[in-house]
Design a protein around this ligand. Structure first.
Ligand code: NAD
Length: 445
């Protein structure tokens, strides 16, 4: 059956989830406090770059299944299921800032009370939150309305930016944290069209669902940090991290994914979720030592990459560097906690100048750096007058570039590759000086 759904928070998660729920026949209203965003969406303009989303969005708006609004009260009134897809940014101390989630929960409770709404609703938390948040939301609701009028469900989201529509339409698993049979049945019915190939809807208690999300992100981040830690060791002993990755990843117990050494993880999730999990563990006097090491290795890795540049040039004052890739990963325009920004900050602090290019994230970068750096829409133009090229994000178009053009435009034939995109032998043969991660340096004597 088609449900009436309200999605509160129309960002990467809310907009994708809302659109996909509409795509399976539900009537969905996405709410946001950002009026400009809602106005754009009403005109069919997608405010984020996410492959496949714009077309699906416009189609569902045209079919009158997907609506956008700033009116929380009206949306709460008409929705049977209300998804909270709100930001949970890090506080200074690393803990998750829950004020968006808890404030909206309180607003919803007040609306239900003031409008005297009697239909029982499911309040679903899709934001990534520390253990115990579902209980906090429930307690806030109970201050205003009786428990007969709602259930709180924890339904963490696992979509990946860049593949978000695909992930939302065909999730490998759906985790639903609830102890209510009524809510379980509705959530199962809602997600049925998304798991037709047999992927599981895993029902558990709310706390376990909350921890599952943090555990998944922390584990993936740990795989990355493990390889990055090993990459430093490889550089010392003369081994090649990419060969080791093949050797490791072909073991099915280990798996091939998330084994690429690089300049560390970034983005809107891993850094904050790892920190929030560490915080929660310490708060409960049960430190998670491996997760802590994961964070420490990640912070050291970008510095290690910067040191390669610093060691090569000594003084960076007035040198100019071309940076390819600003988004925290390919196929997104998201620059939150992007490793590129950390590197740019270090380069600027040392007096260097920056020419920056990214296929999708230039606007978001400009919003952050203003006129402190130069922006280029064309990848090769970025290289003019630069002392070296630095590759930060592995967009596909950087994988097989025209090396002759690179060589002709750069002042020096030097590449710092934070993603190991090129073969060592090829770089040597082409006459480049080449520095990558966990592999031998190529110097032209
Ligand atoms: P986002 O910043 O892209 O979007 C959040 C939206 O909520 C914004 O549009 C903001 O204007 C809106 N908002 C803030 N306060 C509001 C309010 N009071 N009422 C209505 N709207 C409000 O965030 P996101 O990336 O979509 O992440 C949302 C949550 O999902 C976070 O907890 C995040 O950790 C989690 N998550 C994110 C991803 C991802 O890939 N981005 C994946 C899985 C889980």
């Amino acid at each position: 059956m088609a449900y009436k759904i309200g999605v509160i928070g129309t960002g990467y998660v809310g907009l994708v989830s809302g659109t996909c729920f509409a795509a399976t026949g539900n009537i969905v209203t996405c709410v946001d406090i950002d009026e400009e965003k809602i106005n754009k969406l009403r005109q069919g303009i997608c405010p984020i770059f996410e492959p496949g989303l714009d077309r699906l969005l416009v189609h569902n708006v045209e079919e009158e299944r997907l609506f956008f609004s700033t009116d929380l009260a009206k949306t709460v009134d008409q929705s049977q299921i209300i998804f909270l897809c709100l930001p949970t940014p890090p506080n200074e101390d690393g803990s998750a800032d829950l004020h968006h989630v808890l404030n909206v929960a309180e607003q919803i409770a007040k609306i239900i009370r003031e409008k005297n709404i009697q239909d029982k609703k499911i309040i679903v938390n899709k934001s990534t939150v520390p253990v115990g948040t579902a209980e906090k939301v429930r307690n806030i609701l109970l201050q205003y309305i009786p428990e007969t009028l709602f259930e709180v469900v924890s339904n963490p989201e696992f979509l990946r930016e860049g593949l978000a529509v695909e992930d939302a339409m065909k999730p490998e698993r759906v985790v639903v944290g609830t102890r209510s049979k009524w809510a379980e049945e509705i959530m199962t019915e809602l997600y049925k069209p998304f798991v037709r190939t047999g992927n599981p809807i895993i029902i558990m208690d709310e706390k376990s669902a909350e921890v599952t999300k943090y555990a998944a992100n922390a584990f993936l981040a740990t795989k990355i940090s493990f390889m990055n830690d090993l990459s430093a060791y490889c550089e010392k002993v003369g081994a090649d991290i990419d060969k080791i990755r093949y050797g490791l990843g072909t073991d099915s117990r280990i798996g091939k994914m998330f084994l690429f050494a690089g300049i560390g993880y970034g983005g809107s999730c891993f850094p904050k979720d790892v920190r929030a999990l560490i915080y929660s563990a310490e708060e409960h006097k049960q430190p998670l030592r491996i997760v802590k090491a994961t964070m420490e290795v990640n912070e050291a890795q970008i510095k290690r990459f910067f040191d390669k540049i610093k060691n090569r040039f000594g003084n960076l004052q007035n040198l100019r560097f071309a940076i390819w890739g600003l988004a925290f990963k390919p196929n997104t325009d998201d620059v939150r906690e992007a490793p590129a920004f950390k590197l740019i900050d270090m380069l600027l602090a040392d007096g260097a100048h920056i020419n920056a290019h990214d296929p999708e994230a230039l606007e978001n970068t400009r919003r952050h750096y203003g006129d402190k750096i130069n922006y280029f829409t064309k990848m090769y133009e970025t290289l003019n007058n630069c002392d070296a090229l630095i590759i930060v994000t592995e967009w596909n178009q950087f994988r097989t570039p025209d090396f002759e053009t690179i060589a002709s435009k750069l002042k020096n034939k030097i590449i710092f590759d934070g993603r190991n995109l090129y073969a060592i032998d090829q770089m040597r043969d082409l006459g480049f000086e080449y520095y990558s991660i966990g592999r031998k340096e190529v110097r032209q004597e």
